[in-house]
Design a protein around this ligand. Structure first.
Ligand SMILES: *[C@@H]1O[C@H](CO)[C@@H](O)[C@H](O)[C@H]1NC(C)=O
Ligand SMILES: *[C@@H]1O[C@H](CO)[C@@H](O)[C@H](O)[C@H]1NC(C)=O
Ligand SMILES: *[C@@H]1O[C@H](CO)[C@@H](O)[C@H](O)[C@H]1NC(C)=O
Ligand SMILES: *[C@@H]1O[C@H](CO)[C@@H](O)[C@H](O)[C@H]1NC(C)=O
Ligand SMILES: *[C@@H]1O[C@H](CO)[C@@H](O)[C@H](O)[C@H]1NC(C)=O
Length: 348
């Protein structure tokens, strides 16, 4: 029998017609950190961030209850028929840790993260692998992936590319509902319908955040549509690393204070990680600049053609031509400056 998500659970529903085209189906090997967390109130997605820890949303979780975590699955694990997939792993929780800074709206945690400590470590395989968090703030214009399943739908693992907006665009789209300190917002062209909350957002195999409800969805506790919001994990990174004992070699849980002290070796490791993340971001930005350069060159060729065809002795034509040339210079200089900035960050 199929398990149907209870109607009172918050489900973001997007128009069924608008997606189908964008989604790209993949096997669990492509997103081996993808997790599904099933509690008494239903299911939500998450990401494996260590052999023993899964990060997810705090909304709909009850620390006093146990949850079941599904890892390495291709079919939506809330549907019983997929649960015997050979590569899948099903592990119960030992403990749920909810971050203490959250907004309490209608008795729900919103915009908050929870870490699920597994009752035993995962068996690492090509389908089940933890993912690192992006250790620098994500920049607008990035094209990360969203991966996972569709809420309440008999769907297979899939992903889509999206584009991160800047803060101003997010405020324009969501108004005061948008929590700039902890959220990001994005656009998909066309929408994939990957609306299961907790679906991970990743770039070059680094975790940026998790799909989250908008405040409006939480308040009305009913079907809601078109919320393209992400919990930005960057502000939580120190807390997360402390909880999972990352960067701490002698993990002694009996004296938790030791977790607060970072050893020089760990700091160096952390710096290395950040440097590699910055390099990835540089590359992404460089690619964008190259694309811009190409476009600008194409435009220049078009302009040259137009100029060649102009009768250049007429005064207004001369003004237009000189304006176009000025714009062309400006674009060239801008691209040059951008390229220099991105290629020599140490010198600025
Ligand atoms: C959380 O779980 C405990 C134990 O099962 C239960 O007594 C309590 O009512 C639950 N809280 C919520 C908000 O569901
Ligand atoms: C949210 O706030 C209400 C009222 O202050 C309180 O009764 C409730 O326990 C809080 N809920 C959570 C999940 O913390
Ligand atoms: C998105 O996922 C696909 C499939 O795994 C991968 O090829 C691509 O590099 C990913 N894109 C980013 C920006 O991480
Ligand atoms: C950045 O791009 C260069 C050239 O394409 C490549 O050699 C390098 O490995 C890339 N670095 C990262 C961190 O992706
Ligand atoms: C545009 O500016 C560049 C750089 O100054 C120059 O090399 C190029 O000839 C200009 N193109 C036109 C059409 O004026």
């Amino acid at each position: 029998m199929l398990e149907i998500i209870l109607p009172y659970i918050l489900i973001g529903v997007l128009s069924a017609i608008s997606f189908s085209q964008a989604v790209i189906h993949v096997t669990p090997d492509h997103f081996p950190f993808q997790a599904l967390v099933q509690g008494n109130l239903g299911g939500q997605a998450g990401a494996l961030i260590s052999k023993k820890h899964v990060i997810t949303l705090a909304v709909d979780l009850n620390v006093s209850e146990m949850v079941t975590v599904y890892l390495g699955f291709l079919g939506h694990p809330l549907f019983e028929k997929y649960r015997n997939e050979g590569q899948g792993q099903i592990i119960t929780s030992k403990k749920i840790i909810i971050h203490s800074r959250y907004m309490n709206i209608s008795d729900k945690y919103i915009n908050n993260v929870a870490i699920i400590v597994l009752s035993h470590p995962v068996q690492l395989s090509s389908s089940v692998q933890p993912i690192d968090l992006l250790s620098v703030p994500p920049i607008p214009g990035l094209h990360p992936n969203i991966s996972g399943w569709v809420a309440g739908d008999d769907s297979r693992l899939q992903y889509n590319s999206l584009i991160l907006h800047d803060v101003d665009t997010c405020i324009y789209l969501y108004g005061t509902e948008f929590l700039q300190t902890q959220e990001l917002c994005y656009e998909e062209y066309p929408s994939s319908g990957l609306n299961l909350v907790g679906n991970p957002i990743t770039v070059n195999n680094k975790l940026i955040g998790l799909l989250t409800f908008s405040e409006n969805c939480v308040k009305h506790q009913s079907y809601c549509s078109d919320f393209f919001l992400i919990i930005n994990l960057f502000p939580f990174i120190t807390w997360i690393h402390t909880q999972i004992g990352a960067g701490v070699k002698s993990h002694d849980t009996s004296s938790p204070n030791i977790l607060d002290l970072q050893k020089p070796d760990d700091l160096i490791e952390e710096n290395k990680r950040q440097l590699s993340d910055i390099k990835v971001l540089q590359n992404t930005t460089l690619k964008t600049i190259n694309k811009l350069s190409k476009k600008s060159n194409e435009m220049e060729r078009a302009i040259e053609k137009i100029l060649a065809a102009q009768i250049s002795d007429r005064r207004e034509n001369k003004d237009i031509i000189s304006n176009i040339k000025k714009i062309n210079e400006t674009v060239h200089n801008l691209l040059k400056r951008l390229t220099n900035t991105i290629l020599s960050p140490e010198e600025t």
